[in-house]
Design a protein around this ligand. Structure first.
Ligand code: GRF
Length: 234
């Protein structure tokens, strides 16, 4: 049985797109299915991407849309098994976190616990990385708990920072890696291969002598490292 997934997004939805395309490629082997895309913003590109595939969408109640359903109601209406945050900028209400322990995941565009926490989103993250002088950043997929960016880490992957980078060029390089790592994490959690109690990492990376190197766990597909190298331009 495939897990019923809600994707929550506030922005363009390129990670949503990557997840949908990965599931297309997996076909019957996929561990889940995106059954609703919800947003706190009416203009979110993610909603358009969902509509173009006839995936139901939902606007969640905020100060701006007080008459919309609460997140909890949407998750109940669609019998959601797994909540996937993909550029969702609102804090998930504590009641939802408590009722979905181990069933909410997020992607963060840096190597947590560095460069995370309240206010660390979008280009602010990448600017902070550049300002720090770090030569390596990366992506982190993690379970969500009641603190911003503090839940248990599922997978991390390094991305080099180059001297000529600005926040825009760095964000683009990191995003390419997100598009490879996150769909695989979503599938691993949806299928039950990765759980909160079984913190096996999907893959771990390190930068050795200026070049990313990768270690994969047996259950992951062998093209992950190759795809990431391609995304990084190696
Ligand atoms: C990504 O960088 C993700 O790490 C962060 O928000 C961004 C969302 O991008 N949480 P998109 O909307 O998926 O294109």
């Amino acid at each position: 049985m495939t897990a019923r997934i809600a994707v929550l997004a506030s922005g363009g939805g390129s990670n949503l797109q990557a997840i949908l395309e990965h599931f297309d490629r997996l076909g019957e082997r996929r561990g889940g299915q995106v059954v609703v895309v919800a947003s706190d913003r009416a203009g979110a590109g993610a909603l358009e991407r969902a509509m173009s595939r006839d995936i139901p969408t939902s606007l969640i109640a905020t100060d701006k849309y007080p008459d919309r359903p609460q997140l909890e109601d949407v998750l109940r209406e669609y019998s959601i098994d797994l909540v996937v945050l993909a550029g969702y900028l609102k804090l998930v209400p504590i009641e939802v976190v408590m009722s979905h322990v181990g069933r909410i995941i997020n992607i963060h565009p840096a190597l947590l616990p560095s460069f995370g926490g309240p206010g660390m989103y979008g280009h602010r993250v990448h600017q902070a990385v550049i300002d720090s002088g770090a030569t390596v950043t990366g992506v982190t997929a993690h379970f969500v708990d009641n603190e911003y960016d503090r839940g248990r880490i599922i997978a991390q992957w390094p991305v080099p920072v180059f001297a000529a980078d600005d926040a825009r060029t760095l964000a683009a390089r990191v995003l390419r890696v997100e598009h490879i790592v996150y769909p695989r994490v979503v599938d691993a959690v949806a299928s039950g291969r990765t759980t909160l109690d079984n913190p096996c990492m999907l893959g771990v990376g390190a930068v050795v002598d200026g070049r990313p190197s990768f270690t994969l766990l047996p259950h992951e597909d062998s093209r992950l490292a190759e795809n990431i190298e391609l995304a990084l331009g190696h």
